[in-house]
Design a binder for this molecule. Structure first.
Ligand code: ADP
Ligand code: ASP
Ligand code: MG
Length: 447
């Protein structure tokens, strides 16, 4: 079986959906699980209506929801789909109307309502895809919430792998005895009480990897709007080159450090089962794309891709009194509780900690004041620039490391460089105004 995930732009309108159909037709003879995102922009709009419903007038709220319903109905009309599909769209729309009315009446938007509303994006898109593909192929729609089980952790929603595996094998897998293609939703799941949950923004990649892992797929194809993973974001660096083969570790670090092309956790479940992941272009289906495997390209070396994440905030706390590791980790916990933010990177050395948050300084500085007390705290806003490679600890990476330091120091007077902790990355915090030059210079050395 092949798991194919289609991202938001890959199902953004009737033309994009027709591409999905032709890709599915090209793979005839295979069993395919299609995991689809919501049409691009819909999740953001649903979440924004959900929060705005607290203060919007009834008229404005209803009008915005009708705008969303209309966008989907228009796609159905353009695709010439039957009344059964348009009725499903209307029904999902009715749910959005009632959830948002609930928010308006309560005067507050709860996490549960937000999840229920956000999930409608994927319900809309998968119903349209099913309507379209059904006319040509042997297809069945499946509600991902029946088998994608999640539980709430203090820090967010986590997938319950064991239950998800059990239910996917019980409920989803048998559908392939009768159908060639099953279409389901990315991003959404349900908790123990069968209430709708989500896997977080961009979570459809994660859904695809989980379904791939629990159903033991041969491969996972992430269909998106670029022809694979490139030496830099092709929207920022137009002459970026696509990388043919990359290791799981490199791809994981690339997404961790900010390349939007994959959701950070996507790679894990696939890695554990050794399932190759391909990233390909829905709009240029004949392009080769990038293949991600456990070992990657054994001939590759040096810098391969460069990523910028900005703004980020760097917080450094030094205990001015005699302190120990214990009190430093308590300090970190305290900061997490106060701000509700988890650092993306934390380094603790003796009585000093360095924390990087992927938020602007305005979102965190007020909490830092609480920590000062006996400590000495500093905070600054930066851009985090990172290069990814197969192994910077290898002796043949010496030149690349030298170049990295040279370029950073040439452009930035006082960078904060940290490298070597992770063998696949070299990173530096630099002033945002220098980032464009540094990005271009580093990119020129990506091989
Ligand atoms: P989807 O909606 O299909 O999930 P995303 O927008 O989440 O797509 O991810 C694809 C985007 O990732 C591309 O349009 C591209 O701008 C961005 N991107 C960032 N860094 C890279 C990179 N190194 N290689 C390819 N794409 C990248
Ligand atoms: N639709 C969801 C989002 O926009 C999930 C996804 O597209 O991966 O975040
Ligand atoms: Mg994405």
């Amino acid at each position: 079986m092949i798991v194919m995930k289609f991202g938001g732009t890959s199902v953004q309108d009737a033309d994009a959906m027709r591409n999905v159909l032709s890709i599915a037709q090209e793979y005839s003879g295979h069993k395919i699980l299609i995991v689809s995102s919501a049409c691009s922009g819909i999740t953001s709009e649903l979440l924004s209506i959900a929060s705005d419903s607290v203060y919007l007038s009834d008229e404005d709220r209803i009008q915005r929801i009708h705008g969303i319903i209309k966008r989907h109905i228009d796609i159905c009309i353009e695709l010439g789909l039957g009344q059964d599909t348009t009725m499903q769209i209307q029904e999902i729309g009715t749910h959005v109307l009632s959830y948002c009315e609930g928010i308006a009446l309560l005067g507050e938007s709860t996490d549960r309502l937000q999840a229920a509303i956000a999930s409608c994006g994927e319900l809309f898109s998968t119903n349209i895809l099913t309507g379209l593909l059904r006319g040509h192929l042997n297809v069945q729609w499946f509600d991902a919430r029946k088998s994608m089980k999640t539980y709430d952790l203090h820090s967010g929603v986590q997938v319950h792998m064991q239950q998800t595996s059990l239910l996917s094998n019980q409920l989803l897998k048998p559908l392939f005895e009768q159908y060639d293609i099953v279409i389901t939703q990315g991003f959404i799941g349900s908790d123990d009480d069968n209430r709708t949950t989500t896997l977080g923004r961009g979570g459809s990649d994660y859904s695809a990897a989980i379904f791939g892992a629990v159903l033991e797929a041969h491969e996972i194809i992430i269909w998106t709007d670029v022809s694979g993973i490139a030496s830099a974001d092709p929207r920022v660096i137009p002459n970026a080159r696509y990388i043919e083969c990359m290791s799981f570790d490199e791809a994981r670090m690339l997404s961790f450090f900010g390349a939007k092309v994959l959701h950070p956790e996507t790679i894990l479940p696939a890695l554990q089962k050794n399932i190759p992941v391909h990233v390909r272009n829905t709009f240029k289906a004949s392009d080769r794309g990038t293949t991600i495997t456990r070992m990657g390209d054994e001939r590759a070396s040096g810098m391969r891709s460069v990523i910028v994440r900005k703004p980020v905030s760097f917080v450094q706390v030094r205990a001015t009194q005699v302190s120990n590791e214990h009190s430093m980790s308590e300090l970190m916990k305290e900061l997490e509780q106060l701000s509700g933010l988890k650092p993306m990177i934390s380094v603790m050395i003796d009585s000093s900690i360095g924390l990087i948050y992927d938020v602007s300084i305005s979102k965190i500085e007020e909490y830092i004041k609480h920590l000062e007390g006996d400590n000495n705290a500093e905070i600054g806003e930066y851009a985090l620039i990172s290069v990814i490679g197969p192994n910077f600890r290898n002796s043949n990476a010496k030149e690349a490391i030298k170049k990295f330091h040279e370029i950073i120091h040439k452009n930035e007077e006082s960078p904060i460089i940290f490298s070597g902790i992770q063998k696949n990355t070299l990173s530096a915090l630099v002033n945002s105004v220098h980032v464009e030059n540094i990005l271009k210079a580093l990119h020129a050395h990506c091989t």
